[in-house]
Structure formats: structure tokens, C-alpha cells
Design a protein around this ligand. Sequence first.
Ligand code: HSE
Length: 433
Amino acid sequence: MKPVKVGICGLGTVGGGTFNVLMRNAEEISRRAGRHILIEQIAMRSDNPNCDTTGMQITTDVFEVATNPEIDIVIELIGGYDTARDLVMTAIENGKHVVTANKALIAVHGNEIFEAAQEKNVMVAFEASVAGGIPIIKAIREGLAANQINWLAGIINGTGNFIMTEMREKGREFADVLQEAQALGYAEADPTFDVEGIDAAHKLTILSSLAFGIPLQFSKGYTEGISKITPQDIQYAEELGYRVKHLGITRRTDKGIELRVHPTLIPKDVLLANVNGVMNAVLVDGDAVGQTLYYGPGAGAEATASAVVADVVDVVRTLTADRDNRVPHLAFQPSALSDAPVLPVDQTTSAYYLRLQAVERPGVLSHVTRILGEKGINIEAIIQKQTTEAQVPVIMLTQRVEERMMNEAIREIEALPDILGEIVRIRVEQLAD
Ligand code: HSE
């Protein structure tokens, strides 16, 4: 049978990994795919020292690949929003299937891209866009297709998890660890995407759509980064039996869909709390299966290439199927997507860790607990740290409450004359049900 020809756009970290895996495992891959897969052309701006591209057809223009009549599948690994969007739309327009690792592209332009792909009867595969080498998209879209998914929670940014792990375990400085993550090829071109949770929010947007059958709605999610987490809060959390992890959480509720990325206290003994370094993990709660956990490397050249190449194999296997006989891009049939709203964060519900700085005076805590009580907020635990100073840190854990009520309570508590400065608030999840 004729080989399938692919064009690789971008030969950076993931592009280089993809090139090397396709070359090294060519025989084994063709045994799986049923066809030989040939790299017809590569678009790259500069050489990748890890790749031997001798004899390859090279261009600096990605659109040459997207319009090359020889090419069946365009592998988009240039990253970013705009050029990547134009490249993918051009490839689709030219009747080519697309494989991409670009979460920003899918989260922001995915609805439009999938519609164009449906019209042109081509596939857009994006397994590598979420959680690097973990086949989480396949698991949710196919393996869990029987379930009503209730919620999922994941560590879905390797750089952020690497930074938090190194800080907690080795007491290393934030900037120093970030630099190492960049050198290892984990971090985004703009590392604030990792640190401020934007990358995780892109990925969560995709997972949420796959889990609940809603259109991609990146702009409606809530995003909070890890840059304000202090060693002090990590320490207090540990004392309370919790670990701070940067989680993406999406949950189905009666009112709509929660979609939020933020630092979260989770019990130290749950598996997710022990996912360290660049590893990612996603915990999915389905009504039939219960909880399932998916764990693996969330970033890195060949780990991500593993997912890219698996997508190429998937596309090759279904080349002759028409659009109505393929797995739908967003797991649900396009005509059956739900219009359940993504909830503003003040309508979401969670428990809270609060740290406040109080003047050491009798009665101060009773004012605080009165305000919480008036807002219907139950206190789970209070610790007042011993000190010889005139002010003391007070740490509280509350039960679950709508965020709107917590915002009101925090405003009123901060206005008390004996409460100094801003209250630190970190959401808490038990991940039990
Ligand atoms: N910057 C991303 C991360 C790369 O650290 O997880 C993989 O998407």
C-alpha cells in the first residue's frame, strides 16, 4: 500500500522528539498503522542539534507544508495562536488531516477548527495538547464513553508541578527552578503561561469539553497561578495534613459547569498529592466506573512525541472512514453538544484554607467566627500559632461554601480593626466524591 506522507511544522522540543520517534520506530509504527509513514517535508526556522535531517526536504515556510499536494497529514508543532491557526485552517482547506500538540490553539480556536474539519471531512487530532504523554484524551473520549462524568481534577502543567516540588522538597528558589524547567524544554515560550496557570487553563478547557460535551470556552474559566504561594502556607498546609498542588478542576453541577485552575490544598495521602516533578496526573470521577487516575510525564520532547505519533497512527488507521464514522473531535456528536453554562467563579463551591494576621487580644477570633457564621460558613479547624509578638497568624479550614459567600466574609473580616493586611485564601478539595 502507498505510504502515508506527513509534514512536520516546527522542529523545536516536541517537533524534534516527533521526528526522532517517527524515524527510530518506523518499522514498529507501520506494523501498528498498517501503512508506512514517511516524513515528506519539514518546516523549521533553525536546526535542531538532536535531529539528523540529512536528505530531508526542508523549508522555512510552514504554509508550503500546508499546501504541499504530496502531504496527507500536517503535524503542527509551532505553538502559539495566530500563525498556528492560519496554518491549521490552510491545511484543512487543502484537505489535509492535522495532528497538533497546541493546547492554546485548540482551547481558543478549536470550535472553529473542528467545524472546518467536519466540513472538509478531515481529522484534527490533539492528544499531545493535554498532559504530554498521558493518553488522557483517548481515555475520556473513548474509554469512559459509558459514563456520566461528574468531575475531574488534574495536575496538568509539568513546569508548575516541577517548580512546586523542588521548592517544597529542596527549598530551592522559584526563579532558579523555573530556569531549569526552561533548559529541560518543559516551559512554554512565555513561562508566565505555566506559572500563572494559563497553560493549565487551556488544557482544562479541552478536558472539560470532552468530559461534559460542551463547546470550548477558555475565556469563561477561572485562572489563578502559583506565584503567590509562600513557603509558610506550604508548611501550615503540611501541618494540617494537606499538600498544596496547582490543580485544574472541572465539575458538573445543577447550575452549570465549574472550570477553574488554582492552587489547591488536597489531603497528603491521596495519590494526586504525591505526583511530583514534571509528572502530570488526572483523576476522573465517572458515575459508572468511579474514580480512575491517569499518570505520566506531562512535558518533554519524546514523552509529548509519544502522543503526537499515536495520533498520526490513529489518523492513518481511519483515513478511509468518513466524518460520521470517526470518534467526534469533542467526544460528543457535534449536533449533541450541551449549552450548560460555565459558571463564574463566585458561583463555584469549595472548602477554604484561610490565613489571617490578628492582633493578639481577647475576643478577636470571636468577631471572625461570628462573620463566618453569619455567612453560613462552617469552620472545620482553627490553629493559632504561638508567638511572643503582638500579632499572631491564625489558620482556618472551612467546610464547602459558595465562593460568593466567602468573598463577602473575607471583605468583612479584613475590615475588622484587629485584622492586619490581606487574608490569604487557598481553596481545599478532598477529591473524595
Ligand atoms: N509547558 C507545558 C508544561 C508543556 O510544563 O506542562 C506541556 O504542555
